[in-house]
Design a protein around this ligand. Structure first.
Ligand SMILES: Cc1cc2nc3c(=O)[nH]c(=O)nc-3n(C[C@H](O)[C@H](O)[C@H](O)COP(=O)(O)OP(=O)(O)OC[C@H]3O[C@@H](n4cnc5c(N)ncnc54)[C@H](O)[C@@H]3O)c2cc1C
Length: 356
C-alpha cells in the first residue's frame, strides 16, 4: 500500500441553505468524531458560502476541532464548479484521510465532482461507516447493494482521501455544546464570476414536498389504515404536533400516499424526536429507517406485532379510535406542551390502551 502518512484527520462537509445547516452535517460530525477518535486524529469541518461565519462557530459546538471556512460572494449559492474548486483547495492544503458528505442532492453532486478531479474513491449513500485502526487506517464504507439484497463494504486502498456520502438520520449528532473550543481557519479563495458557467436566477422552494429527514415529529401510517382516506386523520395529528406524515412501503405501494413519505430501507432514514408508527407491523425493512428515533410510539391491534420491540410506548387497540383521541388530547394541551412535559409522555396510555 502507498505511504499515506501525510494524510491525517477526518473532514466533514457542512451543507446549508442560506446559512441554515442541514442536520446531516452535524450527524456526520458526530460520526466523524467517532472515527477520528479511533484513528487518534482530529475531526474537522468544511464550511463554504458567503457570510457563513456563524456556521463555522456552530460546527465547533457540534464537535469540530478545526473548521475551514471558505467565504466569498461567488459562493453564496451552491454551484458545482466554485464549490468543488473551493473544496479541492482545502483538501490539497489540509490533506485529510477521510472526507464525508451528506447523501443529499447537493452532497452527491459535490462529492462526485471532487472525487473525479482529485482523483480518488467515493462510496455513495453509505449507512455504516467504520475504520480499521492504525496501521491500515482504512475507511470501511458500507451501503446496501444489488436492490438492497446485500450490504457491500467498500475500501479505497490506493488513493487519498477516502470519501463517502452518507444518509441523513443514520448517525447521531453529538449534543450541542456552546462551551466547546475549536479553531476557525479562513481559506483564501479567489474565483472570477466569468469562470463559472452556471448562474442561479432564483431558488424556488417546493412547498408541496415534505422534508422527512429534517422533521422532528413524524406520524407514520401503514397498511393498517386500510386506504388513503385515513391518512387525513394522521395529517390532523401531525398538524396538531407540528410534524409531518410518514408511511410504510405497503401504504406507498398501495398508492395511498406518495413515495416521498416512505420511511425505511428503500425510503428515507429518519431520526426524529418523536415517531408514531400507526398500523405498521414493524418489518425490518421499515424499522431500519426509524429505529434511531428518540421516542417511538406504536399503535397496533396485534399485541405480537414486531413494532412493539422497537417502540418505547405501545398502545394495543384500534387505530381508528386511538388516533383521533390522541389528536384531541394534544389539541387540548396546546400541541407542543404535550411533548415538553415528559412526565406526561404516557398520555397516550390514558386513551385506554395498554403499555407494553
Ligand atoms: C427489498 C425490500 C425493501 C423494502 N423497503 C421497505 C421500506 O423502505 N419501508 C417499508 O416500510 N417497508 C419496506 N419493505 C416492505 C416490508 O418488508 C413490509 O412489507 C412493510 O413494511 C409492511 O408494511 P406495513 O407494516 O404497513 O403493513 P403490514 O405488515 O401489513 O402491517 C399492518 C399492521 O397494521 C395493523 N393493523 C391493521 N388494522 C389495524 C387497526 N384497525 N388498528 C391498529 N392496527 C391495525 C396490523 O396488526 C399489522 O401489524 C421492503 C421490502 C423489501 C423486500
Amino acid at each position: 500500500m502507498p505511504d499515506w502518512s501525510a494524510y491525517r484527520g477526518v473532514l466533514v462537509y457542512i451543507e446549508h441553505r442560506e446559512g441554515i445547516a442541514k442536520k446531516v452535517g452535524w450527524q456526520l460530525l458526530g460520526q466523524g468524531k467517532r472515527l477520528a477518535d479511533k484513528l487518534e486524529v482530529e475531526v474537522m469541518a468544511l464550511v463554504i458560502g458567503h457570510n457563513v461565519g456563524q456556521l463555522a462557530e456552530e460546527a465547533i459546538t457540534y464537535g469540530a476541532d478545526r473548521v475551514f471556512l471558505v467565504d466569498a460572494p461567488e459562493l453564496k449559492d451552491y454551484r458545482t464548479y466554485p464549490y468543488s474548486r473551493a473544496s479541492m483547495k482545502v483538501i490539497h492544503e489540509v490533506k485529510p484521510e477521510i472526507v464525508l458528505f451528506g447523501a443529499t442532492a447537493t452532497g452527491r453532486d459535490l462529492a462526485g465532482a471532487i472525487a473525479t478531479h482529485l482523483p480518488t474513491g467515493l462510496t455513495a449513500d453509505t449507512t455504516e461507516l467504520d475504520v480499521e485502526p492504525h496501521p491500515s487506517r482504512l475507511l470501511q464504507a458500507s451501503r446496501p447493494a444489488f436492490s438492497e439484497k446485500m450490504m457491500a463494504t467498500i475500501l479505497c486502498k490506493q488513493y487519498r482521501p477516502q470519501m463517502a456520502t452518507a444518509r441523513a438520520g443514520v448517525f447521531e449528532a453529538l449534543p450541542k455544546d456552546p462551551s466547546r473550543k475549536g479553531e476557525i481557519v479562513q481559506i483564501d479563495f479567489q474565483i472570477q464570476e466569468s469562470e463559472i458557467a452556471a448562474k442561479v436566477l432564483d431558488f424556488i422552494q417546493d412547498q408541496s414536498k415534505i422534508n422527512l429527514e429534517e422533521a422532528e415529529i413524524i406520524v407514520a401510517g401503514g397498511r393498517g389504515l386500510g386506504g388513503p382516506e385515513p391518512f387525513k386523520m394522521l395529517q390532523e395529528l401531525a398538524d396538531a404536533l407540528g410534524g409531518v406524515v410518514g408511511a410504510s412501503r405497503a401504504a406507498v405501494d398501495a398508492g395511498w400516499i406518495k413515495h416521498e413519505h416512505q420511511v425505511g430501507q428503500t425510503g428515507y432514514t429518519v431520526r426524529p424526536k418523536l415517531y408514531f408508527a400507526i398500523g405498521i407491523s414493524g418489518a425490518v425493512q421499515h424499522t431500519v429507517g426509524m429505529q434511531n428515533s428518540d421516542l417511538i410510539i406504536a399503535i397496533n391491534r396485534d399485541p405480537d406485532a414486531p413494532i412493539f420491540k422497537v417502540a418505547h410506548y405501545g398502545i394495543v387497540g384500534d387505530l381508528f379510535q386511538i388516533v383521533p383521541a390522541i389528536t384531541e388530547e394534544v389539541r387540548s394541551r396546546k400541541g407542543a406542551s404535550f411533548l415538553s412535559n415528559s412526565s406526561n409522555s404516557s398520555a397516550a396510555n390514558e386513551e385506554g390502551g395498554v403499555r407494553v
